[in-house]
Design a protein around this ligand. Structure first.
Ligand code: AMP
Ligand code: MG
Length: 425
């Protein structure tokens, strides 16, 4: 048996970072930038007002206060998106809205609340006022956002290697960019094997079960940024498997589920050995002991031969999801050019006991809660690798190390977080 780390290292050494592509800015969410992004504009482009108020010369407000207003002549009004042609000179003010460029001559904006505008408007009966009293002293630059204070023309704004999050999508848009050059998303072909499997949406004959693995695996692929390609179900026969596999040979990675243990019908390993180079491992983890990994002979877009990484997950629904998290997720991240593929972990106080019978690393489905500043982990219930609802109830995988024969209530264990939700944070 090899360790989780050894298995991951072997797998990742067979997985390459994909080529770059240009995509619409919104579609780049979660992808890795492969260009340094420079700005050819200032953001904001002009000095502009941070408040609704009056643009004035700050020196004219000296001595102003609630009891000693300074009177200004209102010479113009300017809204965001317009430019005032008026120049602010001694004793004059331009009424200005948030985001509007500051008119020439002005060096401060006094917000409406620090003027007597409201009482004057009451007197004028809603007609535009021609004079306003300023009720505070305004320092130079008050309520003015300077041109380029966010983004300066000519500067590098985003570095190659940045993972695009919503904020980066927004930053690219604020530069006027509608495209980004990023590392491609891997297309992951997904094939479930088993004579017992029936496609969802069909009636369920006696003795059969629905194919859930294709769906949980495809959902994981999508969650981690890949593009799932469903190859459907293959029977436990060489012909059926070969036929199905050939439909996925232009993908960036192939994931199968089932057929990798030592049962009579576990033909995946024989077929894959013929179609490529296949390694079979027993990994020191529970669930997920039997795992296949190899490369399959395929062709690239130009028809040249290439090798496609293949990950053969165990068929049990929990095992396939847990081994996906441990192996397929890092592979997808590597292909996408991400540098950090560790899952977030916390230390938690265990509330249930767990036995570890054969020296494997045990990943138990757990509900993690934070109480009085500490994390607590309790098991979801029955931990059989066929109990898929245990994954659905869990927000984390509590880990019992290989060299622990058991974990007792009160022990501190490491937990891989599957989700961070409000209840945990
Ligand atoms: P196998 O690894 O093929 O021996 O399968 C192990 C267990 O997982 C068996 O009970 C299978 O019926 C079940 N199983 C295999 N593939 C799937 C699938 N795609 N969806 C749901 N259960 C599956
Ligand atoms: Mg099977």
């Amino acid at each position: 048996m090899i360790s989780v780390e050894e298995a991951l290292e072997k797998l990742l050494s067979n997985v390459e970072v994909l080529a770059k592509e240009e995509v619409a800015v919104l579609d780049s969410l979660g992808q890795v930038l492969v260009e340094d992004v420079y700005s050819d504009i200032d953001v904001p482009p002009l000095d502009n007002s941070a408040m609704d108020g009056y643009a004035v010369r700050s020196s004219d407000t000296l001595g102003a206060g609630p009891q000693s207003p300074r009177l200004f002549r209102v010479i113009d009004t300017v809204a965001a998106g317009s430019i005032s042609e008026s120049e602010v000179t001694a004793g004059t003010a331009v009424r200005i809205m948030t985001g509007a460029p500051v008119p020439n001559g002005a060096d401060a904006v006094v917000r409406f609340e620090d003027t007597d505008e409201v009482s004057r408007q009451e007197i004028s009966g809603g007609k535009p006022i021609t004079e306003v009293g300023i009720l505070c002293e305004a320092g130079v630059g008050l309520n003015i956002r300077q041109a380029g204070e966010d983004i300066r023309r000519g500067f590098r704004i985003l570095a190659e290697g940045t993972v695009i999050r919503p904020a980066e999508v927004g930053v690219l848009a604020s530069l006027g960019r509608n495209k980004a050059t990023v590392i491609s998303r891997p297309v992951v072909a997904i094939l479930s094997t088993g004579n017992e499997l029936v496609e969802v949406g069909q009636p369920l004959p006696t003795g059969k079960i629905y194919n859930s693995n294709s769906y949980s695996v495809a959902a994981l692929v999508r969650r981690y940024g890949g593009i799932p390609r469903m190859l459907g179900i293959a029977l436990d026969s060489e012909d059926s498997l070969v036929e199905a596999l050939r439909r996925g040979l232009d993908a960036d990675m192939l994931i199968t589920s089932g057929g990798v243990s030592v049962g009579d019908y576990d033909v995946v390993k024989d077929v894959l050995a013929k179609e490529g180079e296949i390694g079979f491992w027993t990994v020191r983890m529970k669930p997920g002991k039997p795992l296949a990994f190899g490369t399959i002979r395929g062709v690239d877009k130009q028809g040249a031969p290439r090798r496609i990484p293949h990950l053969g997950l165990p068929g049990n629904p929990v095992s396939s999801m847990v081994t996906f998290e441990m192996f397929a997720r890092p592979a997808i991240f590597k292909m996408m050019g991400k540098k950090n593929w560790a899952k977030p972990t916390v230390e938690a106080v265990l509330e249930d006991g767990i036995v570890n019978t054969d020296g494997r690393r045990v990943f138990t489905r757990a509900i993690i809660e934070k109480r009085e500043g500490r994390y607590f982990a309790r098991l979801t219930g029955p931990q059989g690798s066929g109990v898929l609802t245990s994954m659905s109830q869990a927000n984390g995988l509590a880990i019992v190390p290989e060299d622990w024969a058991e974990a007792r209530p009160g022990d501190i264990v490491r937990v891989l977080m599957l989700d961070w939700n409000e209840e945990v944070i």
